[in-house]
Every structure is written in C-alpha cells, then in structure tokens.
Design a protein around this ligand. Structure first.
Ligand code: GDP
Ligand code: IMO
Ligand code: MG
Length: 427
C-alpha cells in the first residue's frame, strides 16, 4: 500500500504541481485536500503548459481518478472554466470526483473579502481575493453550503435563503455596499449542480476502498506550511491547513494510512502577499533570482518576494509534518550565482533564536545568520544522476540535508517531468 502526501514546505509555489504531475504516473488516485483556487499549480508535460487552480495535477493520466477532497473550497465558476479549458485542449476529465463535504465559495464570499481587505488598509493580508478566508470562516461558523447540498434543490434553496439574508445585511448595513440577488445565485449554482451531480459523492469512501485494494494514492498539497493558520506566520496566513495533518483531514484518509510524507522545498525561498520573511533579499541578488526564475504569481501575477533558504523555518516545517523525505526544486535557478547562502539561525539583539517564533512581531526582529557556500556556476539542467551534479551543488544539497535533518529523495532541475534527479522512490 502506498499513500504519499506531497506537502508545500515553505510559503507556497515550491513546485508541487510539477512533482505531483511527475509522481502521478504511479498513482491511481490523486487528491487535492486543502485551499481552493488561491492555488496555482504549474504543470509542464507533453500535453502542454497548464496552471491548475482546483483540478488535481494527476488529471493528465488516463488511469488516474482525480478527487477534489472535502478540505477544498470550490468556486463553481472557476472549476467550470478550468474543466472547459482542459477539455478544449484534449484532456479527458471524466474521472474527476468532488467530495459531497467540500464547501462552496459563494459570490458573497468574494464581495466580503474585497471589503475586509480594503478596510484593513496597510494591514491587509494581501490575499489572492478568491473568497477563501470568508468561505472557510462560514465552514467553521457552521453556516457554509457544501457540494452535497446541491444534490437536493430544496435543501440548497433553504440554506441559500438563510445565508444570503444574513450576508446581505453584512454587505449593506456594515459595509454600505450592494445586496446580491438570490435568483441570480440560485440559478447559477443550480446549473453547476446539474452538470456535476453525477460526480459529487463521499470521496472518503472511494479512497478507503481504493486503499483496501492496495491502489496507490497521492495527496496533493496546496499553499505551504508557513501559511498554515496554526504554524504559519499568522495572521499573514491562509485559512486551511496545508500540512500533512491537513492532508488526512481534507481527504478523509486516516493518519496511519500515510506511507510517505514528502516535503517540497525550493532551493531558495519565495513569498507572495504580506507578512515577514526573515531571509528576504531586497537587493540585486533578490531581483536576479526573481528574473532568472520568473518569480511572478501563478494566480495573481504579483512579483514574488525572493530570499535565501531558511533552515530555521525548514526545521519547523519538518517538525510539524514529519517528512520522510524532501524534494529540492529549482536547483537550476541558482546555477549562475557566484555564491549561495543558507540561513542557519536567527539573532535578536545578539541572542540566538533557534526555533521559528509564533509571534510575527518577534519574527520581524529576527536577523538571519548565514553560512556562505561557493556557487557551482555550471548548468545542472541536464543532470539526472546525483553523482553527476557539480561538486559544489552536491555540497549545497548535502548541507541542506544536514541542517534540516531530512533526506533529499529528489532534486528538480527544470519544469518538465523528466528534469528530475530521483535518489529514492517514494512509492
Ligand atoms: P506550486 O504552486 O507549488 O505548484 O508552484 P508554482 O507552479 O506556483 O510555481 C513553481 C514554478 O516553478 C512553476 O513555474 C514551475 O513550472 C517551475 N518549476 C518547478 N520545478 C522547477 C525546476 O526544478 N526548475 C525550474 N527552472 N522551474 C521549476
Ligand atoms: P500554491 O498552492 C503562494 C497566500 C496569499 C496570501 C495568503 C492568504 O500555488 O502554492 P488567501 O487567498 O489564501 O486567503 O491568501 O496566502 N497564498 C499563496 N501563496 N502560493 C499559494 O498556493 C498561495 N495560496 C495563498 O498570497 O499571502
Ligand atoms: Mg503556486
């Protein structure tokens, strides 16, 4: 039995889409378990270049069932468009299933998020503006509407009536904005229900049966651990758990069924949106990395903030997820740099800080302590075997292994499936 969880180990955009697309060859089920269309997973394969928001990155294999799990929030308009786009490019999506427990993003979630972020002014989170936070707020407040509610139009009508009456009060009386039309939302969501009803089911049962038959399952994380509402840089975080524990909760797979937890790290670091990142490079090196790697958001197009690999943050990521192994992606991006740095610790007023702090006020004061290594200044893009990497690149990877206490099972040296060094199979 193999149940592999692929976890974004930093602040998102680590290259999870590439890794999941590559590993999906061995999987029979690929499951998105958290987030929503705030995610943007780039896949470059023989079918073309794709930027997936909701559809699992295993969709390209004909024998693989793709599942949008209960931990995901779904914007029906975005899912419809994504599926139509995939179909128009010849990708068969007929094996996509949707959990009946997945919550729906409603038009009022998008409207409320706009108003909330605006009201925060310079304290705004810098969200992706996809209604993610308000949808998860309703889930926890027990006022959300789930995909399964669409299967009975009367249930859906009743829930929407209660929810919209309340949200229209918030929109008009608190924010002095416009009320939304019941009929327009009801009709739009009924059309979605008619299209997707045959595919909405208890996906946790489907997965339990697959695991009982020993069929390999791949769990696809979204976002990254440092955006987790508990362990990330709260409140500059997202609203669902990108962690290995979140993979179990968001798919309905029991924790003791996971056979491998794979953390995905970039060889450096990026962050989109507001919030502290101690190793951020506000200088020429940061700009060089951004331009070399084209570090601009997949969803929002925003420039990603770039910085050196931070092993204090990585140790937190490893501690709370229990990685069996990790992947280092985008090693090729560092190929031309004369030297590379690794953050090995933090200091505040000369005092060492060994553990990633909970408080962002403390984190903002942390000065990174760096170890500097010489760059390898040779192309790694064509390397497929670890021993054939330039010695200095090998040393960089080995040092990351030592500092994170995690074995590196794979190294990615390009955006395509085959541009990968595999040291140990995770299936
Ligand atoms: P995700 O959200 O974790 O799936 O990552 P994104 O797709 O948002 O961003 C990762 C970017 O890095 C994408 O443009 C990928 O095509 C690209 N990428 C992934 N792995 C590699 C790699 O090893 N080298 C290079 N040069 N690009 C990569
Ligand atoms: P993938 O899956 C990078 C960030 C946003 C913002 C914060 C909260 O592609 O790695 P939200 O819209 O979730 O309420 O925004 O989280 N964020 C991401 N950053 N990659 C992502 O997903 C992200 N999803 C959300 O930029 O700072
Ligand atoms: Mg992304």
């Amino acid at each position: 039995m193999s149940v592999v969880a692929v976890i974004g180990a930093q602040w998102g955009d680590e290259g999870k889409g590439k890794i999941v697309d590559m590993l999906s060859e061995k999987a029979r089920y690929v499951v998105r378990f958290s987030g929503g269309d705030n995610a943007g997973h780039t896949v470059v394969n023989p079918h073309g270049t794709f930027k997936l928001r909701l559809t699992p990155s295993g969709i390209f294999y004909k024998d693989t069932t793709s599942i949008i799990g209960n931990g995901v929030v779904i914007n029906p308009a975005v899912l419809n468009k994504e599926i139509d786009d995939l179909n128009s490019r010849g990708i068969d999506t007929s094996r996509l299933l949707i959990s009946d427990r997945a919550h729906l993003i409603m038009p009022y979630h998008l409207a409320i998020e706009e108003l909330e972020e605006e009201a925060l002014g310079d304290k705004a989170i810098g969200t992706t503006h996809k209604g993610i936070g308000p949808a998860f707020t309703d889930k926890v407040a027990r006022t959300g509407i789930r995909a399964g509610d669409l299967l009975d139009k009367k249930v859906f009508k009743d829930k929407l009536t209660v929810a919209l009456t309340n949200k229209n009060k918030v929109l008009t009386k608190i924010y002095r904005g416009y009320a939304l039309s019941f009929d327009s939302i009801y009709n739009q969501y009924c059309k979605f229900a008619d299209r997707w009803a045959p595919f909405i089911c208890d996906t946790s049962v489907v997965l339990a049966e697959a695991i009982a038959r020993n069929e390999p399952v791949l769990l696809e994380g979204a976002q990254g651990v440092l955006l987790d509402p508990d362990y990330g840089t709260y409140p500059f975080a997202t609203s669902s758990s990108p962690m290995a524990a979140g993979a179990c909760l968001g798919s309905g797979i029991a924790p003791n069924k996971l056979t491998h937890i794979l953390g995905v790290f970039k060889s450096y670091q990026t962050r989109v949106g507001a919030g502290p990142m101690p190793t951020e490079l506000n200088d020429e090196t940061g700009n060089t990395i951004r331009e070399l790697a084209h570090e601009y958001g997949t969803v929002s197009g925003r420039a990603r903030r770039c910085g050196w690999f931070d092993t204090v943050a990585a140790r937190l990521s490893a501690r709370v997820n229990g990685y069996n192994s990790i992947v280092i992606t985008r090693l090729d991006v560092l190929d031309t740099l004369p030297r590379v740095k690794i953050c090995t610790g933090y200091k505040i007023d000369g005092k060492s800080i060994d553990n990633f702090p909970a408080s962002i006020a403390t984190l903002e004061k942390c000065e990174p302590v760096y170890e500097e290594l010489p760059g390898w200044q040779k192309s790694t893009a064509k390397t497929r075997i670890f021993s054939e990497l330039p010695n200095r690149a090998k040393k960089y990877i080995t040092r990351l292994e030592e500092l994170t206490s995690c074995p590196v099972s794979m190294i990615s040296v390009g955006e395509r499936r085959e541009e990968t060094i595999i040291r140990k199979s995770v299936f």
